[in-house]
Design a protein around this ligand. Structure first.
Ligand SMILES: Cc1cc2nc3c(=O)[nH]c(=O)nc-3n(C[C@H](O)[C@H](O)[C@H](O)COP(=O)(O)OP(=O)(O)OC[C@H]3O[C@@H](n4cnc5c(N)ncnc54)[C@H](O)[C@@H]3O)c2cc1C
Length: 497
Protein backbone atom coordinates (compact mmCIF):
# COMPACT_ATOMS: atom_id res chain seq x y z
CA UNK A 1 0.00 0.00 0.00
CA UNK A 2 1.09 3.58 -0.57
CA UNK A 3 2.76 4.84 2.57
CA UNK A 4 1.27 8.26 1.93
CA UNK A 5 0.10 9.91 5.13
CA UNK A 6 -0.18 13.57 4.30
CA UNK A 7 0.11 16.23 1.64
CA UNK A 8 3.89 16.23 1.89
CA UNK A 9 4.18 12.69 0.57
CA UNK A 10 1.04 12.29 -1.56
CA UNK A 11 1.96 11.85 -5.23
CA UNK A 12 -0.30 13.88 -7.48
CA UNK A 13 -0.15 13.81 -11.27
CA UNK A 14 -2.08 16.49 -13.15
CA UNK A 15 -2.86 15.84 -16.80
CA UNK A 16 -2.90 19.11 -18.77
CA UNK A 17 -1.46 22.57 -18.16
CA UNK A 18 -4.37 24.83 -19.10
CA UNK A 19 -5.93 27.10 -16.49
CA UNK A 20 -7.50 24.12 -14.70
CA UNK A 21 -4.25 22.16 -14.46
CA UNK A 22 -2.10 25.10 -13.44
CA UNK A 23 -4.63 26.33 -10.87
CA UNK A 24 -4.74 22.85 -9.34
CA UNK A 25 -0.95 22.61 -9.28
CA UNK A 26 -0.45 26.08 -7.78
CA UNK A 27 -3.11 25.49 -5.11
CA UNK A 28 -1.65 22.13 -4.10
CA UNK A 29 1.92 23.40 -3.96
CA UNK A 30 0.88 26.35 -1.82
CA UNK A 31 -0.93 23.93 0.51
CA UNK A 32 2.24 21.94 1.10
CA UNK A 33 1.96 19.14 -1.46
CA UNK A 34 5.53 18.30 -2.38
CA UNK A 35 5.06 15.75 -5.17
CA UNK A 36 3.03 17.45 -7.84
CA UNK A 37 3.76 16.70 -11.47
CA UNK A 38 1.96 18.27 -14.44
CA UNK A 39 2.10 16.29 -17.69
CA UNK A 40 1.34 18.39 -20.74
CA UNK A 41 0.94 16.91 -24.22
CA UNK A 42 1.91 20.05 -26.11
CA UNK A 43 5.33 21.61 -26.27
CA UNK A 44 3.86 24.68 -24.56
CA UNK A 45 1.73 25.33 -21.50
CA UNK A 46 -1.65 27.08 -21.46
CA UNK A 47 -3.92 24.83 -23.53
CA UNK A 48 -6.73 26.92 -24.97
CA UNK A 49 -4.94 30.03 -23.77
CA UNK A 50 -2.37 30.68 -26.44
CA UNK A 51 -0.73 34.08 -26.42
CA UNK A 52 1.74 34.48 -29.27
CA UNK A 53 3.81 37.21 -30.89
CA UNK A 54 3.97 35.83 -34.41
CA UNK A 55 4.71 38.96 -36.41
CA UNK A 56 5.41 41.96 -34.18
CA UNK A 57 6.27 42.63 -30.56
CA UNK A 58 2.53 42.77 -29.82
CA UNK A 59 0.59 39.77 -28.65
CA UNK A 60 -2.10 37.87 -30.54
CA UNK A 61 -4.52 35.68 -28.63
CA UNK A 62 -5.16 32.60 -30.73
CA UNK A 63 -7.45 31.22 -28.01
CA UNK A 64 -9.10 32.99 -25.08
CA UNK A 65 -9.02 36.77 -25.25
CA UNK A 66 -11.24 38.30 -22.57
CA UNK A 67 -11.86 37.91 -18.89
CA UNK A 68 -15.63 37.56 -18.73
CA UNK A 69 -17.04 39.45 -15.75
CA UNK A 70 -15.40 41.13 -12.80
CA UNK A 71 -17.20 40.52 -9.52
CA UNK A 72 -16.15 37.18 -8.09
CA UNK A 73 -13.89 36.44 -11.04
CA UNK A 74 -10.56 35.14 -9.67
CA UNK A 75 -8.73 35.90 -12.92
CA UNK A 76 -10.02 39.46 -13.00
CA UNK A 77 -8.79 39.79 -9.41
CA UNK A 78 -5.31 38.50 -10.31
CA UNK A 79 -5.13 40.70 -13.41
CA UNK A 80 -6.24 43.77 -11.47
CA UNK A 81 -3.89 43.19 -8.56
CA UNK A 82 -0.99 42.66 -10.91
CA UNK A 83 -1.89 45.67 -13.07
CA UNK A 84 -2.35 43.48 -16.12
CA UNK A 85 -5.62 44.88 -17.37
CA UNK A 86 -5.67 46.95 -20.49
CA UNK A 87 -6.58 50.58 -20.21
CA UNK A 88 -7.32 53.21 -22.81
CA UNK A 89 -8.67 52.52 -26.30
CA UNK A 90 -7.44 48.92 -26.47
CA UNK A 91 -9.45 48.13 -23.33
CA UNK A 92 -12.67 48.30 -25.29
CA UNK A 93 -14.11 45.13 -26.74
CA UNK A 94 -12.77 43.86 -30.01
CA UNK A 95 -15.45 41.47 -30.96
CA UNK A 96 -18.89 42.17 -32.21
CA UNK A 97 -21.74 40.30 -30.54
CA UNK A 98 -25.36 41.44 -30.76
CA UNK A 99 -25.05 42.54 -27.15
CA UNK A 100 -22.04 44.71 -27.89
CA UNK A 101 -22.65 46.24 -31.31
CA UNK A 102 -21.25 49.74 -31.29
CA UNK A 103 -21.96 52.69 -33.57
CA UNK A 104 -18.53 51.89 -35.00
CA UNK A 105 -19.52 48.48 -36.37
CA UNK A 106 -20.19 48.67 -40.10
CA UNK A 107 -22.87 46.23 -41.28
CA UNK A 108 -22.62 45.48 -44.98
CA UNK A 109 -24.89 43.43 -47.21
CA UNK A 110 -23.65 41.30 -50.05
CA UNK A 111 -24.85 43.85 -52.57
CA UNK A 112 -22.32 46.26 -51.09
CA UNK A 113 -24.90 48.45 -49.36
CA UNK A 114 -24.75 49.22 -45.68
CA UNK A 115 -27.68 48.22 -43.51
CA UNK A 116 -29.37 51.25 -41.96
CA UNK A 117 -27.99 51.82 -38.51
CA UNK A 118 -31.43 52.03 -36.93
CA UNK A 119 -32.37 48.58 -38.25
CA UNK A 120 -29.12 47.10 -36.92
CA UNK A 121 -29.55 48.75 -33.52
CA UNK A 122 -33.17 47.75 -33.11
CA UNK A 123 -32.72 44.13 -34.19
CA UNK A 124 -29.57 43.65 -32.11
CA UNK A 125 -31.17 45.21 -29.06
CA UNK A 126 -34.25 43.05 -29.43
CA UNK A 127 -32.11 39.95 -30.02
CA UNK A 128 -30.21 40.67 -26.79
CA UNK A 129 -33.47 40.97 -24.89
CA UNK A 130 -34.58 37.59 -26.23
CA UNK A 131 -31.31 35.84 -25.39
CA UNK A 132 -31.27 37.52 -21.97
CA UNK A 133 -34.67 35.97 -21.31
CA UNK A 134 -33.18 32.55 -21.95
CA UNK A 135 -30.06 33.26 -19.88
CA UNK A 136 -32.22 34.63 -17.05
CA UNK A 137 -34.43 31.51 -17.06
CA UNK A 138 -37.50 33.52 -18.00
CA UNK A 139 -38.61 31.56 -21.03
CA UNK A 140 -42.30 30.97 -21.57
CA UNK A 141 -43.36 27.37 -21.16
CA UNK A 142 -43.84 26.85 -24.90
CA UNK A 143 -40.23 27.83 -25.52
CA UNK A 144 -38.54 25.78 -22.84
CA UNK A 145 -38.35 22.56 -24.79
CA UNK A 146 -37.15 24.20 -28.01
CA UNK A 147 -33.70 24.71 -29.40
CA UNK A 148 -32.30 28.19 -28.93
CA UNK A 149 -32.70 28.77 -32.67
CA UNK A 150 -36.34 27.69 -32.73
CA UNK A 151 -37.17 29.77 -29.66
CA UNK A 152 -35.53 32.86 -31.13
CA UNK A 153 -37.36 32.40 -34.45
CA UNK A 154 -40.69 32.13 -32.72
CA UNK A 155 -40.12 35.06 -30.39
CA UNK A 156 -38.59 37.29 -33.06
CA UNK A 157 -41.57 36.67 -35.34
CA UNK A 158 -43.61 39.06 -33.22
CA UNK A 159 -41.14 41.90 -33.64
CA UNK A 160 -42.20 44.53 -36.22
CA UNK A 161 -38.86 44.50 -38.06
CA UNK A 162 -39.24 40.74 -38.58
CA UNK A 163 -41.50 41.66 -41.49
CA UNK A 164 -38.68 43.44 -43.32
CA UNK A 165 -35.87 41.91 -45.37
CA UNK A 166 -33.18 43.86 -43.53
CA UNK A 167 -34.69 42.88 -40.19
CA UNK A 168 -34.63 39.18 -41.07
CA UNK A 169 -31.11 39.35 -42.44
CA UNK A 170 -29.67 41.16 -39.44
CA UNK A 171 -31.51 38.65 -37.23
CA UNK A 172 -29.72 35.84 -39.09
CA UNK A 173 -26.41 37.65 -38.45
CA UNK A 174 -27.29 37.83 -34.75
CA UNK A 175 -27.93 34.08 -34.61
CA UNK A 176 -24.76 33.33 -36.56
CA UNK A 177 -22.77 35.51 -34.20
CA UNK A 178 -24.37 33.99 -31.10
CA UNK A 179 -22.89 30.67 -32.30
CA UNK A 180 -19.46 31.96 -31.26
CA UNK A 181 -20.73 32.45 -27.73
CA UNK A 182 -22.25 28.99 -27.68
CA UNK A 183 -19.39 27.27 -29.58
CA UNK A 184 -21.97 25.47 -31.66
CA UNK A 185 -22.44 24.65 -35.29
CA UNK A 186 -25.92 26.11 -35.14
CA UNK A 187 -28.32 27.51 -32.55
CA UNK A 188 -30.74 24.85 -33.83
CA UNK A 189 -28.61 22.34 -31.91
CA UNK A 190 -28.44 24.17 -28.57
CA UNK A 191 -30.96 23.83 -25.76
CA UNK A 192 -32.89 27.08 -25.14
CA UNK A 193 -33.70 26.42 -21.49
CA UNK A 194 -30.32 25.04 -20.42
CA UNK A 195 -28.30 28.14 -21.21
CA UNK A 196 -29.71 29.63 -18.03
CA UNK A 197 -27.22 27.37 -16.22
CA UNK A 198 -24.48 29.69 -17.39
CA UNK A 199 -23.89 32.46 -14.87
CA UNK A 200 -22.53 35.75 -16.18
CA UNK A 201 -20.51 37.52 -13.51
CA UNK A 202 -21.21 41.17 -12.88
CA UNK A 203 -19.00 43.85 -14.35
CA UNK A 204 -17.91 44.22 -17.96
CA UNK A 205 -18.15 41.07 -20.08
CA UNK A 206 -15.18 41.92 -22.29
CA UNK A 207 -12.25 42.74 -20.00
CA UNK A 208 -9.08 42.94 -22.03
CA UNK A 209 -5.58 42.22 -20.86
CA UNK A 210 -2.64 44.53 -21.36
CA UNK A 211 0.50 43.96 -23.45
CA UNK A 212 1.34 40.63 -21.76
CA UNK A 213 -2.02 39.14 -22.73
CA UNK A 214 -3.44 36.04 -21.04
CA UNK A 215 0.02 34.51 -20.80
CA UNK A 216 0.84 37.04 -18.09
CA UNK A 217 -1.99 35.64 -15.95
CA UNK A 218 -0.71 32.09 -16.45
CA UNK A 219 2.73 33.29 -15.40
CA UNK A 220 1.32 34.34 -12.03
CA UNK A 221 0.32 30.70 -11.43
CA UNK A 222 3.66 29.41 -12.70
CA UNK A 223 5.51 31.56 -10.16
CA UNK A 224 4.32 29.25 -7.37
CA UNK A 225 5.56 26.04 -8.98
CA UNK A 226 9.00 24.62 -8.23
CA UNK A 227 11.04 24.06 -11.36
CA UNK A 228 10.49 20.66 -12.91
CA UNK A 229 6.83 20.55 -11.87
CA UNK A 230 5.68 20.70 -15.49
CA UNK A 231 6.77 18.28 -18.19
CA UNK A 232 5.79 19.45 -21.66
CA UNK A 233 5.66 17.22 -24.76
CA UNK A 234 4.39 14.41 -22.54
CA UNK A 235 1.06 13.20 -23.93
CA UNK A 236 -0.61 10.79 -21.54
CA UNK A 237 -1.70 7.65 -23.30
CA UNK A 238 -3.25 5.57 -20.55
CA UNK A 239 -4.35 5.84 -16.97
CA UNK A 240 -4.59 2.58 -15.05
CA UNK A 241 -6.42 3.00 -11.78
CA UNK A 242 -7.82 0.90 -8.97
CA UNK A 243 -4.53 -0.98 -8.88
CA UNK A 244 -4.68 -1.63 -5.16
CA UNK A 245 -7.42 -4.12 -4.47
CA UNK A 246 -7.66 -7.12 -2.24
CA UNK A 247 -6.10 -10.11 -3.90
CA UNK A 248 -4.07 -7.98 -6.31
CA UNK A 249 -0.31 -7.71 -6.36
CA UNK A 250 0.92 -7.09 -2.81
CA UNK A 251 3.81 -4.96 -4.02
CA UNK A 252 1.64 -2.39 -5.70
CA UNK A 253 2.19 0.79 -3.68
CA UNK A 254 0.18 3.31 -5.65
CA UNK A 255 -3.39 3.02 -6.88
CA UNK A 256 -2.85 4.80 -10.19
CA UNK A 257 -0.31 4.50 -12.99
CA UNK A 258 -0.05 7.08 -15.75
CA UNK A 259 1.72 6.10 -18.96
CA UNK A 260 2.82 8.56 -21.64
CA UNK A 261 3.06 8.00 -25.39
CA UNK A 262 6.84 7.71 -25.10
CA UNK A 263 6.56 4.91 -22.55
CA UNK A 264 7.41 7.04 -19.50
CA UNK A 265 5.35 5.85 -16.58
CA UNK A 266 4.39 7.59 -13.32
CA UNK A 267 2.78 6.19 -10.22
CA UNK A 268 0.38 8.32 -8.25
CA UNK A 269 -1.97 8.46 -5.31
CA UNK A 270 -4.18 10.91 -7.19
CA UNK A 271 -4.49 12.00 -10.79
CA UNK A 272 -6.33 15.19 -11.76
CA UNK A 273 -7.50 14.97 -15.36
CA UNK A 274 -8.02 18.36 -17.00
CA UNK A 275 -8.03 17.47 -20.70
CA UNK A 276 -10.77 19.09 -22.75
CA UNK A 277 -14.16 17.54 -23.32
CA UNK A 278 -13.14 17.13 -26.95
CA UNK A 279 -10.17 14.96 -25.95
CA UNK A 280 -12.36 12.95 -23.56
CA UNK A 281 -14.91 12.36 -26.34
CA UNK A 282 -12.18 10.98 -28.55
CA UNK A 283 -9.96 9.16 -26.08
CA UNK A 284 -11.77 8.39 -22.81
CA UNK A 285 -12.66 4.85 -23.84
CA UNK A 286 -9.10 3.94 -24.75
CA UNK A 287 -7.39 5.97 -22.05
CA UNK A 288 -8.81 4.51 -18.84
CA UNK A 289 -8.40 1.02 -17.46
CA UNK A 290 -10.73 -0.01 -15.91
CA UNK A 291 -13.14 1.98 -18.10
CA UNK A 292 -14.89 5.04 -16.73
CA UNK A 293 -18.36 4.37 -15.30
CA UNK A 294 -21.31 4.62 -17.65
CA UNK A 295 -22.64 7.82 -16.05
CA UNK A 296 -19.42 9.65 -16.79
CA UNK A 297 -19.14 8.26 -20.30
CA UNK A 298 -22.73 9.37 -21.01
CA UNK A 299 -21.96 12.88 -19.79
CA UNK A 300 -18.91 12.98 -22.06
CA UNK A 301 -21.02 11.85 -24.98
CA UNK A 302 -24.04 14.06 -24.29
CA UNK A 303 -22.45 17.43 -23.65
CA UNK A 304 -21.53 19.34 -26.80
CA UNK A 305 -18.06 20.61 -27.63
CA UNK A 306 -18.05 22.98 -30.57
CA UNK A 307 -15.44 24.69 -32.69
CA UNK A 308 -14.79 28.43 -32.73
CA UNK A 309 -11.91 29.66 -34.86
CA UNK A 310 -10.28 33.01 -35.53
CA UNK A 311 -8.84 34.21 -38.82
CA UNK A 312 -6.26 36.97 -38.37
CA UNK A 313 -5.57 39.00 -41.50
CA UNK A 314 -2.56 41.30 -41.46
CA UNK A 315 -2.33 44.08 -44.05
CA UNK A 316 0.49 46.49 -44.95
CA UNK A 317 -1.82 49.33 -44.05
CA UNK A 318 -5.39 49.71 -42.84
CA UNK A 319 -8.07 50.41 -45.43
CA UNK A 320 -11.05 50.99 -43.15
CA UNK A 321 -12.25 54.31 -41.73
CA UNK A 322 -10.67 55.33 -38.43
CA UNK A 323 -13.94 55.00 -36.58
CA UNK A 324 -14.62 51.50 -37.89
CA UNK A 325 -14.55 48.77 -35.21
CA UNK A 326 -15.34 45.99 -37.63
CA UNK A 327 -17.00 44.92 -40.86
CA UNK A 328 -19.98 42.64 -40.22
CA UNK A 329 -21.34 40.57 -43.10
CA UNK A 330 -25.09 40.32 -43.58
CA UNK A 331 -26.11 37.69 -46.14
CA UNK A 332 -29.31 37.47 -48.10
CA UNK A 333 -29.48 33.79 -47.25
CA UNK A 334 -27.16 33.17 -44.32
CA UNK A 335 -26.53 29.73 -42.79
CA UNK A 336 -28.46 30.47 -39.60
CA UNK A 337 -31.62 31.32 -41.49
CA UNK A 338 -34.07 28.55 -40.56
CA UNK A 339 -34.90 27.52 -44.12
CA UNK A 340 -31.26 27.63 -45.21
CA UNK A 341 -30.22 25.64 -42.15
CA UNK A 342 -32.83 22.99 -42.90
CA UNK A 343 -32.02 22.78 -46.58
CA UNK A 344 -28.32 22.34 -45.82
CA UNK A 345 -28.74 19.92 -42.95
CA UNK A 346 -28.30 16.90 -45.24
CA UNK A 347 -25.52 16.42 -47.74
CA UNK A 348 -22.36 18.37 -48.43
CA UNK A 349 -23.70 21.48 -50.16
CA UNK A 350 -22.78 23.67 -47.15
CA UNK A 351 -19.09 23.04 -47.84
CA UNK A 352 -19.25 25.18 -50.97
CA UNK A 353 -20.37 28.16 -48.92
CA UNK A 354 -18.44 27.52 -45.70
CA UNK A 355 -17.25 31.16 -45.65
CA UNK A 356 -20.84 32.36 -45.15
CA UNK A 357 -20.46 31.27 -41.56
CA UNK A 358 -17.83 33.99 -40.94
CA UNK A 359 -19.63 36.67 -38.95
CA UNK A 360 -17.39 39.54 -39.91
CA UNK A 361 -13.95 41.02 -39.34
CA UNK A 362 -13.21 42.98 -36.19
CA UNK A 363 -10.29 45.29 -35.55
CA UNK A 364 -7.59 43.85 -33.28
CA UNK A 365 -6.24 45.51 -30.14
CA UNK A 366 -2.66 46.78 -30.56
CA UNK A 367 -2.57 45.69 -34.23
CA UNK A 368 -3.77 48.72 -36.16
CA UNK A 369 -3.49 47.05 -39.58
CA UNK A 370 -5.02 43.68 -38.67
CA UNK A 371 -8.54 42.28 -38.70
CA UNK A 372 -9.90 39.17 -37.01
CA UNK A 373 -12.66 37.05 -38.53
CA UNK A 374 -14.76 34.62 -36.49
CA UNK A 375 -16.20 31.31 -37.65
CA UNK A 376 -17.84 28.39 -35.87
CA UNK A 377 -19.04 24.83 -36.19
CA UNK A 378 -18.69 22.40 -39.05
CA UNK A 379 -17.75 25.26 -41.37
CA UNK A 380 -14.84 26.17 -39.09
CA UNK A 381 -13.72 22.56 -39.04
CA UNK A 382 -13.94 22.43 -42.82
CA UNK A 383 -11.93 25.63 -43.14
CA UNK A 384 -9.21 24.17 -40.93
CA UNK A 385 -8.28 21.82 -43.77
CA UNK A 386 -7.62 24.65 -46.20
CA UNK A 387 -4.30 26.44 -46.65
CA UNK A 388 -3.89 29.78 -44.87
CA UNK A 389 -3.28 31.49 -48.21
CA UNK A 390 -6.57 30.21 -49.65
CA UNK A 391 -8.47 31.30 -46.54
CA UNK A 392 -6.81 34.74 -46.69
CA UNK A 393 -7.69 35.16 -50.38
CA UNK A 394 -11.33 34.27 -49.79
CA UNK A 395 -11.55 36.73 -46.91
CA UNK A 396 -10.08 39.52 -49.03
CA UNK A 397 -12.60 38.76 -51.77
CA UNK A 398 -15.43 38.91 -49.23
CA UNK A 399 -14.20 42.19 -47.80
CA UNK A 400 -13.95 43.68 -51.29
CA UNK A 401 -17.36 42.58 -52.44
CA UNK A 402 -19.19 43.54 -49.25
CA UNK A 403 -17.57 46.93 -48.65
CA UNK A 404 -16.58 48.09 -52.11
CA UNK A 405 -13.45 49.49 -50.46
CA UNK A 406 -10.08 49.18 -52.02
CA UNK A 407 -8.85 46.20 -50.03
CA UNK A 408 -5.18 45.27 -50.60
CA UNK A 409 -3.92 41.71 -50.67
CA UNK A 410 -3.39 40.31 -47.22
CA UNK A 411 0.28 40.25 -46.21
CA UNK A 412 0.07 37.54 -43.52
CA UNK A 413 -2.63 35.22 -42.31
CA UNK A 414 -2.89 33.38 -39.02
CA UNK A 415 -5.69 30.86 -38.62
CA UNK A 416 -6.54 28.96 -35.45
CA UNK A 417 -7.30 25.27 -35.84
CA UNK A 418 -8.82 24.29 -32.53
CA UNK A 419 -10.99 21.56 -34.00
CA UNK A 420 -8.14 19.61 -35.55
CA UNK A 421 -5.73 20.25 -32.68
CA UNK A 422 -5.43 16.69 -31.41
CA UNK A 423 -4.87 17.85 -27.82
CA UNK A 424 -7.98 20.01 -27.67
CA UNK A 425 -10.40 18.91 -30.44
CA UNK A 426 -12.74 21.88 -30.25
CA UNK A 427 -13.11 25.17 -28.45
CA UNK A 428 -15.60 25.00 -25.60
CA UNK A 429 -18.66 23.29 -24.19
CA UNK A 430 -22.34 23.77 -24.96
CA UNK A 431 -25.47 22.00 -23.82
CA UNK A 432 -27.31 20.38 -26.72
CA UNK A 433 -31.07 20.14 -26.93
CA UNK A 434 -32.46 17.45 -24.64
CA UNK A 435 -29.48 17.31 -22.28
CA UNK A 436 -29.67 18.11 -18.57
CA UNK A 437 -26.62 20.36 -18.25
CA UNK A 438 -26.33 20.37 -14.46
CA UNK A 439 -26.51 16.59 -14.29
CA UNK A 440 -23.97 16.15 -17.08
CA UNK A 441 -21.45 18.70 -15.74
CA UNK A 442 -21.71 17.11 -12.27
CA UNK A 443 -21.27 13.59 -13.61
CA UNK A 444 -18.21 14.76 -15.49
CA UNK A 445 -16.78 16.40 -12.37
CA UNK A 446 -17.36 13.57 -9.90
CA UNK A 447 -14.18 11.85 -8.65
CA UNK A 448 -13.53 8.12 -8.87
CA UNK A 449 -14.04 5.68 -7.38
CA UNK A 450 -17.47 6.96 -6.35
CA UNK A 451 -17.68 7.79 -2.66
CA UNK A 452 -20.31 5.16 -1.92
CA UNK A 453 -18.26 2.45 -3.60
CA UNK A 454 -14.91 3.08 -1.97
CA UNK A 455 -14.92 0.21 0.50
CA UNK A 456 -11.43 -1.24 0.53
CA UNK A 457 -10.34 1.02 -2.29
CA UNK A 458 -8.23 4.14 -2.18
CA UNK A 459 -10.26 7.34 -2.23
CA UNK A 460 -9.95 10.08 -4.83
CA UNK A 461 -7.83 8.22 -7.34
CA UNK A 462 -9.14 10.11 -10.36
CA UNK A 463 -10.33 13.69 -10.10
CA UNK A 464 -11.72 15.71 -12.99
CA UNK A 465 -11.31 19.41 -13.65
CA UNK A 466 -11.51 21.69 -16.67
CA UNK A 467 -13.96 24.15 -18.13
CA UNK A 468 -16.53 21.45 -19.01
CA UNK A 469 -16.80 20.32 -15.37
CA UNK A 470 -18.17 23.64 -14.08
CA UNK A 471 -21.95 23.82 -13.77
CA UNK A 472 -22.18 27.60 -14.13
CA UNK A 473 -18.94 28.90 -15.62
CA UNK A 474 -18.36 26.29 -18.31
CA UNK A 475 -16.77 27.71 -21.48
CA UNK A 476 -14.62 30.21 -19.58
CA UNK A 477 -11.07 30.59 -18.31
CA UNK A 478 -12.28 31.48 -14.84
CA UNK A 479 -14.50 28.39 -14.88
CA UNK A 480 -11.47 26.27 -15.77
CA UNK A 481 -9.38 27.94 -13.04
CA UNK A 482 -12.05 27.41 -10.40
CA UNK A 483 -12.40 23.70 -11.22
CA UNK A 484 -8.65 23.28 -10.74
CA UNK A 485 -8.89 24.95 -7.35
CA UNK A 486 -11.97 22.84 -6.54
CA UNK A 487 -10.13 19.56 -7.12
CA UNK A 488 -7.03 20.73 -5.27
CA UNK A 489 -9.21 21.66 -2.32
CA UNK A 490 -10.90 18.27 -2.50
CA UNK A 491 -7.51 16.68 -1.91
CA UNK A 492 -6.60 19.22 0.74
CA UNK A 493 -9.69 18.42 2.77
CA UNK A 494 -9.12 14.69 2.27
CA UNK A 495 -5.76 15.00 3.98
CA UNK A 496 -7.07 17.45 6.58
CA UNK A 497 -9.71 14.96 7.78
C1 LIG B 1 -10.96 30.49 -29.84
C2 LIG B 1 -11.26 30.50 -28.37
C3 LIG B 1 -11.64 31.67 -27.75
C4 LIG B 1 -11.93 31.69 -26.41
N1 LIG B 1 -12.23 32.88 -25.81
C5 LIG B 1 -12.42 32.92 -24.47
C6 LIG B 1 -12.53 34.18 -23.81
O1 LIG B 1 -12.43 35.24 -24.43
N2 LIG B 1 -12.73 34.18 -22.47
C7 LIG B 1 -12.83 33.01 -21.73
O2 LIG B 1 -13.05 33.08 -20.53
N3 LIG B 1 -12.68 31.81 -22.35
C8 LIG B 1 -12.46 31.74 -23.67
N4 LIG B 1 -12.23 30.54 -24.29
C9 LIG B 1 -12.35 29.31 -23.50
C10 LIG B 1 -11.14 29.09 -22.60
O3 LIG B 1 -9.97 29.22 -23.36
C11 LIG B 1 -11.22 27.70 -21.99
O4 LIG B 1 -12.46 27.52 -21.33
C12 LIG B 1 -10.12 27.43 -20.96
O5 LIG B 1 -8.88 27.93 -21.38
C13 LIG B 1 -10.05 25.92 -20.74
O6 LIG B 1 -9.03 25.59 -19.82
P1 LIG B 1 -8.87 24.09 -19.35
O7 LIG B 1 -7.74 24.05 -18.41
O8 LIG B 1 -10.18 23.56 -18.91
O9 LIG B 1 -8.56 23.27 -20.67
P2 LIG B 1 -7.32 23.41 -21.74
O10 LIG B 1 -6.87 24.81 -21.80
O11 LIG B 1 -7.81 22.75 -22.95
O12 LIG B 1 -6.19 22.55 -21.04
C14 LIG B 1 -6.10 21.16 -21.15
C15 LIG B 1 -4.66 20.79 -21.44
O13 LIG B 1 -4.57 19.37 -21.53
C16 LIG B 1 -3.60 19.05 -22.50
N5 LIG B 1 -3.81 17.67 -22.92
C17 LIG B 1 -4.75 17.17 -23.74
N6 LIG B 1 -4.61 15.84 -23.89
C18 LIG B 1 -3.55 15.50 -23.12
C19 LIG B 1 -2.90 14.27 -22.86
N7 LIG B 1 -3.30 13.12 -23.40
N8 LIG B 1 -1.83 14.27 -22.05
C20 LIG B 1 -1.37 15.42 -21.48
N9 LIG B 1 -1.96 16.61 -21.70
C21 LIG B 1 -3.04 16.65 -22.50
C22 LIG B 1 -3.85 20.07 -23.59
O14 LIG B 1 -2.75 20.18 -24.46
C23 LIG B 1 -4.13 21.31 -22.77
O15 LIG B 1 -2.96 22.06 -22.55
C24 LIG B 1 -11.88 30.50 -25.64
C25 LIG B 1 -11.46 29.31 -26.25
C26 LIG B 1 -11.14 29.30 -27.61
C27 LIG B 1 -10.68 28.03 -28.24
Amino acid sequence: MSSCTGPQDAKVVIVGSGFAGLAAAATLVKAGFEHVLVLEAKERIGGRVHTTKPFTENVIEVGANWIHGQKGNPLFKIAKEENMLSEGPSASKNMCLPRSVTPRDYFFKEDGKQVAKTAVDQVCLHFSKLTDKAFDDELERKHRKLTLGAYLDDAFGEFPLAATEDGQQVFEWCKRTECTDEACSSLYEVSASQISNYTALEGGFFNTLGPGGYRAVLDVLLKDLPSGTIQCSAPVKSIRWDLIRKGHCEEQRYPVQVVCDNGQSFEADHVIITVSLGVLKDKATAMFDPPLPKKKLSAIENLGFGVVDKIFLFFEKSFWPDDCAGVQMVWKEGPEDKDVYESLSEGDAWKKSWFKKITGFDTVARHPTALCGWITGREALYMENLQDSEIGDICVRLLRSFTGWSVPEVSKTLVSRWGSDSHVQGSYTFIPEGVDGVKAHKALASPLPPKDKCRGRKHLQLLFAGEATHVNFYTTTHGAYLTGVREAERLMSYYAD
